[in-house]
Ligand binder design. Structure first.
Ligand code: 2P0
Length: 330
């Protein structure tokens, strides 16, 4: 029996990924740039075991089957193929943030799984291999393998591989992220379905794809020069353009709730008062606010007081996924 335990952090895209160049190979149509979140972590243990006949998944202590298990098996099959290992695995995964909050992240989950499975199979945990492996399950997970500020390029259909790359480590810039939790429970339309529907039906999808390289470039430059205003403006344009393309789909994909708009108004008011605060939204109603240490308490208290906000989380920039090989048994 061979086992490994990995930890990976969630990430928030500053320049968003929304759209696939190749659905079967899960290759993104646009480049994305993210920041890794120290405070939101998934821990996953993978144990290859000759006493079990099928892969098993425990999510936050609950035996899980169906689609979640199938996605895990698909990743394990890739690792088994590369390592010529035929053993089935027991996978145990837990989040240190409330799963029911709708913040449950496939990014940290598949990054941790890819890292743990690779190590448990006795393969080299080369970040480029692990990131490419995670990307095949969930493109945003490719970014969570690396720490700090991370870029995932777009790819041509049929590209053989695509891994994320680190732009700067976590200690490059003490950016802070305030997260407004604006709903409980899973989102009505998942990211994969939402983006595929957008690219098939939205008249604005082509404009979105054309815009993304410019936004990703602006975000990279803002990170390099630690320029929060430039980063924030590009982040807000990326989020609004992504959501505009989704809203224009037929039928519309609408992730915003009243609290989402209320948070955007709060962020605008904070900026008018001289506070560095910039908002982004993913495939859900929550709002993530980029800010700096001097402003983080004020941003968190103003966001917490915004109507409809259930609670807030605050995070620093986090490091890469890590893995520990557990003692071989049996
Ligand atoms: C992002 N999102 O860049 C964007 C912004 C959501 C909104 O990456 O289909 O779960 O598994 O590759 O990684 C969420 O998409 O999608 C996502 P798949 P994933 O963070």
């Amino acid at each position: 029996m061979r086992a490994a335990r990995a930890r990976a952090h969630a990430n928030i895209a500053i320049a968003k990924y929304w759209g696939k160049a190749d659905e079967a190979a899960n290759l993104p149509a646009v480049p994305s740039v993210s920041v890794t979140l120290e405070e939101l972590t998934t821990t996953t243990t993978v144990q290859f075991d000759d006493s079990i006949a099928m892969d098993q998944l425990l999510l936050d202590g609950e035996a899980t089957e169906g689609k979640a298990l199938r996605r895990v098996v698909a990743l394990l099959d890739r690792v088994r193929e590369r390592s010529a290992l035929s053993l089935r695995a027991r996978v145990e995964s837990s989040n240190d943030f409330p799963t029911a909050s709708g913040l449950a992240s496939s990014a940290s989950a598949f990054a941790a799984l890819a890292m743990a499975a690779t190590a448990a199979a006795g393969l080299e945990t080369d970040p480029s291999y692990v990131s490419d492996l995670a990307r095949r399950s969930s493109a945003s997970a490719a970014r969570s393998v690396l720490g700090g500020f991370v870029r995932l390029a777009s790819a041509a259909p049929g590209a053989a591989r695509l891994a994320a790359e680190q732009l700067a480590p976590a200690d490059h810039w003490d950016l802070r992220v305030v997260i407004a939790v604006n709903a409980e429970g899973p989102k009505p339309v998942g990211s994969t379905d939402g983006m595929l529907h957008t690219q098939k039906t939205s008249p604005y999808y082509a404009s979105w794809v054309a815009l993304c390289p410019r936004i990703a470039h602006a975000v990279q430059q803002a990170i390099a020069s630690r320029d929060i205003a430039a980063l924030g403006q590009a982040a807000e344009q990326s989020a609004m353009a992504m959501h505009a393309s989704a809203m224009a789909a037929e039928p519309s994909v609408l992730y915003f709730e009243p609290a989402t708009i209320a948070c955007l108004r709060t962020v605008h008011e904070l900026r008018r008062g001289g506070v560095a605060a910039y908002a982004t939204m993913d495939a859900g109603p929550h709002v993530k606010v980029f800010t700096l240490p001097d402003f983080v308490d004020e941003v968190a208290s103003r966001i917490r007081a915004t109507p409809g906000v259930l609670r807030t989380l605050v995070s620093k920039v986090g490091g890469p996924a890590t893995v520990t090989l557990l003692a071989e048994a049996g």
